[in-house]
Design a protein around this ligand. Structure first.
Ligand SMILES: C[S@@+](CC[C@H](N)C(=O)[O-])C[C@H]1O[C@@H](n2cnc3c(N)ncnc32)[C@H](O)[C@@H]1O
Length: 302
């Protein structure tokens, strides 16, 4: 199997930043970090595939592919009219976006900036970005922040060395590009499983967020079930400590990405309820055609 660092790094998240898939991932991430902030003890955020950190919707890539307009763009317009519980569920994420923008939404926080904006002064961030120009943009976005360490290396490889974090509290986001041809897409599933197996043995109590696209429902079901069995059998993770949150904006089929979601391992208290509250509203708002839907479930319910 080709190692990740030998692959051509063609993926540019700037074309997709703020789309429906980012919304689900970032809403969930912000809810998890908000709960981690509820306790005073410091924690660590580890992002194995960090991207460039901050996205400019007036920049060239987003201008050529304005996916954000059907994602965060729709939410920005409609959020004030949402029910209170939905607004409370979106608040940790939207509060950061509001801080970075005055008026319309132009500057969109990727996962590293979202985390850095939410975390406290004694918390720590470890970010991996393998693509050198993206890593340089990430360094610029994060500025001189003593909490942050950026490594230009393969995040799957690096992860085990970060675990367990010295703080013994925190969250790992594993968000690979899944972009190249079909075989590489399959490889990201395989690498995620391998990285998860190593990680959970070293730190079974950590919170992990795995992002995956839903292009091929069978491939996602196979991944989820393999991940769940491995975590439960080898990592000793309880089945009810797994949470799947998926959203599809149209029927899954060929063409542009129609569905995506996350698997959260050891979700902090309250995150499942908030995701259940937000998803019907998010789905209704971001749907692009017939067959849209969502689910928030634990494997025991699947
Ligand atoms: C989906 S984007 C990350 C988005 C980011 N996590 C966010 O939510 O804002 C994936 C990123 O991973 C980078 N990448 C690809 N393979 C990698 C690897 N093996 N290790 C680290 N980064 C990698 C790509 O250059 C790209 O910037």
């Amino acid at each position: 199997m080709t190692a990740p660092q030998e692959l051509q790094l063609n993926y540019r998240h700037a074309f997709h930043a703020g789309n429906f898939a980012d919304v689900v991932k970032h809403v969930a991430l912000a809810l998890c970090l908000d709960r981690l902030n509820a306790k005073e003890a410091p924690y660590r955020y580890i992002d194995t595939h960090a991207g460039i950190g901050l996205y400019d919707f007036e920049g060239e890539e987003a201008g050529r592919s304005p996916e954000w307009k059907d994602g965060v763009g729709r939410i920005w317009e409609a959020e004030r009219g949402a029910p209170d519980l939905v607004r409370a569920s979106l608040a940790p994420w939207l509060n950061v976006i509001r801080r970075l923008n005055s008026g319309g939404v132009q500057h969109y926080p990727g996962s590293p900036v979202l985390a850095a904006e939410m975390m406290r002064k004694d918390d720590a961030l470890r970010l991996c970005e393998l693509h050198p120009p993206s890593a340089e943009l990430l360094r610029q976005a994060m500025g001189r922040d003593k909490r942050v360490k950026i490594e230009e290396r393969d995040g799957f490889d690096a992860l085990a060395a970060y675990l367990p974090p010295p703080e013994r509290r925190g969250l790992v986001l594993i968000d690979p590009p899944f972009e190249a041809g079909t075989s590489e897409r399959k490889q990201d599933f395989d690498w995620m499983l391998k990285a998860a197996a190593r990680a959970v043995k070293r730190w079974p109590l950590g919170t992990y967020v795995f992002w995956r696209p839903i292009k091929d429902v069978e491939a996602v079901e196979a991944f989820d079930s393999e991940l769940a069995s491995m975590l439960i059998e080898e990592g000793g993770v309880a089945a009810e400590k797994l949470l799947v949150a998926d959203l599809w904006v149209k029927a899954i089929g060929p063409g542009p990405l129609g569905g995506a979601g996350i698997v959260i391992v050891n979700p902090p208290y309250g995150v499942a309820e908030h995701m259940r509250a937000a998803m019907p509203w998010l789905c209704n708002l971001m749907k692009q055609g017939e067959g849209a839907g969502w689910r928030v479930e634990t494997p025991a319910e699947i």
